[in-house]
Design a protein around this ligand. Structure first.
Ligand SMILES: Cc1cc2nc3c(=O)[nH]c(=O)nc-3n(C[C@H](O)[C@H](O)[C@H](O)COP(=O)(O)OP(=O)(O)OC[C@H]3O[C@@H](n4cnc5c(N)ncnc54)[C@H](O)[C@@H]3O)c2cc1C
Length: 394
């Protein structure tokens, strides 16, 4: 097959980072091609934020990201910050709102964000080829990319194929295989922002609670998040659980306070005076879902009228509701994870240009890098920022 075309830059992966990078380089007059193996670009953007795309966060800080090198993300996040993306959203008159904790969502649909990126690419002359599958990739002076629709060559090659989560919408390990092909180190990849599974015995205990959510404070490995936890048929989910999953390793204990607003010990002592003959469950059900109270009180092993509670009993009740300790058996894996933790080792890349230190003109951007954000728009901000910064150099 003859080489069809030569580009300044080819970006493999038409997702958040790839499209941002393409538009930025295109604006600088670069001849850019985006290769996407799906039938359309930006599929993960489309399903994000429940279809409304939580496209950034008002309070993005380097502390909201996890990486073996906590400093790596700082440069890009400061050179393309949340306000820069908000300006772009406003340029396209996309209506948005803050849902909670600085999380910005479209009022309408996520398609608006994909359309914004496509328009930016179109205006800067970027070519996009969908249904394009890379079969072979080599580097001599230029990179040569053999695909199902022909061969292309380029000076700069940008890998923007994202993480491993949700293969049914196109996630692949392609970028990781390319990294390995070029001898680039990868930090072990794990599903993250992901629901926990519980062992059989725990599931039996809590099976009656599937679908119930409780505002809680969740703690693991010195990190704490406040938000809803959701009991599921397999274990635990909800925003506070997803957040803590970023910090959880196999075998770690998770501590949950299901009554963060209360000094439960004082409350029970008040109830003892007010309702001495009542069962603990009765007043407790006024501050927690009844199903949760039912199951947890029975787990303590006693259920008696309040006037029979001594200090020891009260301590046991407080422990189970405010220091509930649970060891998840695992997670629901990449098919339910929002992101991949780990990825291309930041030691291998320039934090300014995202170019590989070993292989000239090879770049990695977005989620494929070992930089993982919290839930709440942080992962898109990383995709925009890393894509933009690489786009300035390719
Ligand atoms: C259900 C869900 C909801 C989410 N919601 C949010 C949210 O609201 N806010 C937030 O900040 N983050 C959210 N995220 C995370 C966010 O979507 C990702 O972190 C972000 O999309 C990463 O951008 P990226 O460009 O690196 O990768 P992606 O956006 O995943 O793009 C990678 C692209 O590469 C393509 N590709 C893969 N392999 C190949 C190949 N071999 N050849 C060609 N193309 C290939 C893929 O098809 C895809 O189009 C969510 C994730 C999920 C799964």
């Amino acid at each position: 097959m003859k080489i069809k075309n030569n580009y300044d830059a080819i970006i493999i992966g038409g997702g958040a980072a790839g499209l941002m990078c393409a538009a930025t380089a295109g604006k600088r007059g670069r001849k850019v091609l985006v290769i996407e193996h799906n039938e359309k670009v930006g599929k993960k953007i489309l399903i994000s934020g429940g279809g409304r795309c939580n496209f950034t966060n008002l309070w993005v800080q380097p502390e909201n990201f996890i990486s073996q090198n906590e400093h790596f993300c700082k440069s890009a996040l400061s050179r393309f910050n949340e306000q820069d993306f908000i300006s772009l959203v406003e340029k396209y008159k996309i209506a948005y709102h803050e849902k909670t904790l600085g999380q910005l969502f479209c009022d309408g649909k996520s398609t608006e964000i994909v359309d914004l990126l496509l328009k930016e690419c179109e205006d800067s002359g970027v070519e996009i080829k969908t249904n394009c599958k890379v079969e072979k990739l080599e580097k001599e002076e230029l990179f040569t990319i053999k695909t199902n629709i022909g061969e292309f060559s380029c000076v700069s090659l940008i890998i923007a194929t994202g993480g491993l989560s949700i293969s049914k919408i196109g996630a692949t390990d392609f970028g990781f295989r390319i990294a390995m092909q070029f001898g680039i180190n990868i930090v072990e990849c794990k599903p993250s922002l992901v629901p926990f599974t519980l062992n059989e015995k725990d599931l039996e205990n809590y099976s009656g609670l599937a679908g119930v959510s409780v505002d809680s404070i969740v703690t693991c490995n010195g990190k704490t998040f406040r938000g809803n936890i959701l009991f599921t048929h397999k274990g635990l989910s909800g925003p506070a659980i997803l957040q803590i999953s970023n910090y959880w390793n196999e075998g770690d204990e998770v501590k949950i306070n299901m009554l963060p607003e209360y000094n439960l010990s004082d409350k029970i002592k008040e109830w003892k005076i007010e309702f001495p003959k009542a069962l603990l469950m009765t007043p407790l059900s006024s501050i927690l879902p009844k199903s949760v109270v039912n199951i947890f009180v029975h787990l303590i092993g006693f259920d008696k009228s309040l006037n029979q509670y001594n200090d020891n009993d009260i301590e046991k009740v407080c422990k189970i509701f405010q220091e509930w300790k649970i060891i998840p058996s695992g997670t629901e894996g990449f098919e339910k994870a929002e992101v991949t933790k780990g990825g291309v080792d930041t030691k291998e890349l320039s934090s300014k240009t995202f170019e590989s230190k070993k292989i000239k003109d090879l770049y990695f951007i977005g989620e494929i890098i070992d930089v993982t954000g919290w839930l709440g728009g942080y992962n898109f901000q990383w995709a925009w920022a890393s894509g933009y910064c690489a786009g300035l150099y390719i």
